[in-house]
Design a protein around this ligand. Structure first.
Ligand code: FAD
Length: 124
């Protein structure tokens, strides 16, 4: 369908997607609205349906069933994201990431003051 040299590998796709997901979690509000909590849950369900690696998507459905999304706060979501990433890591033989260090690895986006604020966790 696409030219061979423009194709993205499963690994690249995974790294980019985790970057997106952990950054989203790092930037998620301390006190999210019900709508924001619903949005994250829906996003994860949708990801488990249309993620463009079928085996990954199918596995992620099981992961979500065993680990329901915890989006009650930014901190809770960052920890949940770390846990589910570790479940995927385990299933493909990669090392576990220490979740108490997740805030050191992933932060809110570096952009002009307020410009990436989602009713900010960091820009109050
Ligand atoms: P990645 O796992 O992509 O991680 C990127 C960076 O995140 C790491 O370098 C590290 O600094 C950091 N990190 C690692 N673990 C954590 C953590 N727990 N919390 C926070 N930060 C962390 N691949 C498959 O082969 N089979 C699958 O079933 C599969 N399912 C996937 C499901 C989803 C939803 C996603 C997003 C990806 C999936 N992948 C799957 C891809 C896989 O997870 C990796 O992205 C890919 O193998 C590349 O790995 P990597 O070593 O570059 O690091």
């Amino acid at each position: 369908k696409t030219e061979v040299n423009s194709a993205v590998s499963k690994e690249e796709l995974g790294r980019s997607t985790w970057t997106f997901l952990h950054t989203l979690a790092a930037q998620f509000p301390d006190q999210p609205t019900k709508q924001q909590q619903r949005d994250v849950k829906e996003l994860m369900v949708i990801l488990s349906r249309i993620y463009p690696c079928k085996d990954c998507a199918d596995h992620f459905k099981d992961v979500l069933r065993a680990h329901p999304v915890d989006a009650k706060s930014g901190e809770a979501l960052a920890q949940w994201m770390c846990r589910v990433h570790n479940v995927v890591n385990r299933s493909i033989g990669k090392p576990q990431f220490p979740c108490h260090r997740v805030d050191l690895r992933w932060g809110a986006m570096n952009c002009d003051e307020g410009a990436c604020d989602l009713h900010g966790r960091f820009y109050k």
